[in-house]
Design a protein. Structure first.
Length: 268
């Protein structure tokens, strides 16, 4: 059997296992995503925010028969466990590390058995946790998957950092990362107000250019006015946080011409 799929093991991601009879109520009040209706084998994307509404930790929630996995940045797993433990109080919830590997599959058409579609964007492919890789899939490194994600214009953790960015600026509202119909969660007031007022001045959009990526935080200019800042990138392409009212003119970074490449899934 042959396949057009490529797969990568994401060593930058790690799992937290939640269990206990109160895990749904506990998590429901903390994150941007609804988990009350989460079914075993279902995957949802969301985040934990600061009380002021800025991104603290991104996460995928994986429904399981006896609880859920949280797929999080490996370098922040210990900090997230500490934060969850702080909020637990008297709730009957178990919180533990889990070393099951996180893998992604992309580039093919057919959904392989046991793999879950990425809830952010179909073109991103699928994620799995300890599931066998389809026969014939080509193994690539994590950088190849990041290049695939960046080509689709989807920002990642390196772009939003921690406690700096509002989730709507990182397009969580357009990538199924915020459920605006659920009840309260930490940081909800600011997030809902931004959505309700529709006054979104800044968003993350990809830039294209010739040559190497500019330095992180390099200033994007339109004429002599600031239009944004460069985030993570590779040769020829980078993510940037830009002002939406200043991206129609000629843009430069360090004197080099750049262009905004708005992805089709992101309406302005």
């Amino acid at each position: 059997m042959t396949t057009d799929h490529s797969y990568a093991v994401l060593k930058s991601r790690a799992l937290i296992a939640l269990g206990g009879e109160d895990w749904r109520d506990f998590l429901q009040g903390l994150i941007t995503q609804d988990v009350e209706t989460l079914q075993p084998g279902e995957l949802r994307f969301g985040a934990m925010l600061t009380p002021q509404g800025r991104l603290l930790f991104d996460l995928f929630v994986v429904g399981r028969e006896d609880g859920a996995w949280l797929d999080v940045e490996a370098e922040h797993r210990a900090a997230l466990i500490l934060r969850l433990t702080m909020y637990r109080l008297r709730a009957k919830v178990t919180i533990a590390t889990d070393e099951t590997p996180v893998s992604v599959l992309f580039g093919g058409q057919d959904t392989p058995q046991g793999w879950m579609a990425d809830p952010r964007l179909a073109a991103l492919g699928w994620r799995s946790y300890g599931v066998a890789v389809p026969a014939g899939a080509a193994e690539v490194d994590e950088a190849a998957y990041d290049a695939h994600r960046l080509a689709l214009g989807v920002p990642g953790p390196a772009d939003w950092g921690s406690e700096k960015t509002y989730p709507i600026e990182a397009n969580f509202d357009l990538l199924n990362g915020i459920d605006f119909h659920k009840g309260c969660f930490v940081g909800q007031e600011t997030t809902s107000r931004m959505k309700r007022r529709g006054q979104i001045k800044n968003r993350m959009l990809p830039l294209t250019f010739d040559g190497a990526a500019p330095a992180f935080d390099a200033e994007v200019l339109t004429g002599d006015r600031r239009a944004g800042e460069v985030l993570s990138g590779q040769d020829g392409r980078a993510m940037a946080l830009v002002r939406l009212d200043r991206i129609d003119g000629e843009l430069t970074v360090d004197g080099k011409t750049v262009q905004v490449d708005r992805p089709a899934w992101l309406p302005l």
